[in-house]
Design a protein around this ligand. Structure first.
Ligand code: PBG
Length: 350
């Protein structure tokens, strides 16, 4: 702790009510540095830049299609041709990377999520289409089976149990397919044990040694994913909850063990998710490992800010910027956020 130097100098203390002077005689006045904008800029400790943004996008079937998502006002599912237009917008705004999520048609969902292994599924087509037109933008693809399974879980299920090792085998195949379609980064969001090591080995064996792994290392079983599940259409199908594989919101030491394992197994970057309710975890992870550490400002966090803003209950732009700056202060190197294009536009104008 720094020494406390703001005490009144005893000799100069005077009565504020009846005395001659109202000067407290403080040596340190914290407000001096806050008086003017130039001074506030000089003493500012953290900054959010466009370099910190990853923009998650939802893909749907169709052509020239944009479907609004009721629980995420302002966000739409986009057909592949429209995703490419958003990639162009991201390029112009200098957003470094996109993260892609599919809304798989119901009839293509099955028990084992077999659609995940097809190179011409929605994500595969979007990856190829974006890579062809804008090879410089980073493409992050989620590795998990939930947008593809009829039961909405991230792995395969037998008698109500999510099987770990059987799921990992499929996730390795999914990661390889994503890499073959042009994903620069695969992001396992499934929380099965041992998947990072298995995916690394699988990618290396298939000549994808340069494909990066962004591990959803500390991912909690959270209510804040609700709107996302609407967006990818897994809310209607999800049987039960994900508490046997995603983390208990009550735990934080366990998050460090999860992250340590993923680093050991070969993760290039680690993620904490959700974002704002878990800033303590973000801080501990960054402090403990010094890894490239990302945060996901998830769908429910977006919905809270945007919903309140649209009702006139808070200043949406200010709340958006403040929430994202909070991630930087807590140690995030980058943030996945649905606000990415709006933030980039705002930062570009400053
Ligand atoms: C799927 C996945 C989820 C999110 C990202 N990947 C949902 C879940 O685990 O149920 C949530 C993202 C968000 O809420 O914005 N494995």
């Amino acid at each position: 702790m720094p020494p406390i130097t703001g005490k009144a100098r005893p000799a100069e203390v005077v009565s504020l009510s009846g005395g001659k002077s109202a000067n407290l005689g403080l040596t340190t006045r914290m407000r001096r540095n806050r008086q003017t904008e130039w001074s506030r800029r000089l003493v500012r400790e953290n900054a959010l830049t466009t370099d910190d943004l990853i923009w998650p996008l939802f893909i749907c079937e169709g052509k020239n299609t944009r479907e609004p998502i009721a629980s995420m006002p302002g966000i739409e599912r986009l057909s592949v041709d429209q995703i490419v237009r958003e990639a162009e917008r991201a390029m112009k705004l200098k957003i470094p990377a996109l993260a892609l999520f599919p809304n798989t048609p119901k009839e293509l969902r099955d028990e084992t999520g077999s659609e995940a292994l097809k190179e011409d599924n929605l994500v595969g087509r979007a990856l190829r289409a974006i890579k062809k037109e804008f090879p410089e933008i980073g493409l992050v693809a989620d590795v998990a089976l939930d947008p593809y399974t009829s039961h909405g879980h991230d792995g395969v299920m037998k008698d109500g149990v999510i099987l770990n090792d059987e799921s990992v085998a499929l996730l390795v195949d999914q990661a390889r397919v994503l890499a073959a379609c042009g994903a620069d980064v695969v992001a396992p969001s499934d929380m099965m044990d041992g998947r990072i090591g298995a995916i690394r080995a699988g990618l290396d064996a298939a000549n994808f040694a340069d494909v990066q792994i962004l591990s959803y290392a500390a991912k909690y079983a959270s209510a804040f994913y609700g709107p996302f599940r609407d967006a990818v259409g897994s809310n209607a199908t999800l049987k039960g909850d994900k508490r046997t594989y995603q983390m208990d919101p009550a735990n934080s030491g366990e998050a460090l063990r999860e992250v340590a394992l993923d680093i050991e197994e070969g993760a290039d970057m680690v993620m904490v998710k959700p974002g704002l309710p878990y800033l303590d975890i973000l801080w501990r992870v960054k402090e403990a490992f010094g890894m490239p550490t990302f945060a996901y400002q998830v769908s429910g966090e977006y919905a809270m800010i945007e919903g309140a803003a649209r009702n006139g209950w808070l200043d949406g732009d200010k709340a958006m910027m403040e929430s994202l700056l909070a991630f930087k202060r807590a140690g995030a190197d980058a943030v996945l956020t649905y606000f990415a294009p709006r933030v980039a536009e705002k930062l570009g104008k400053q």
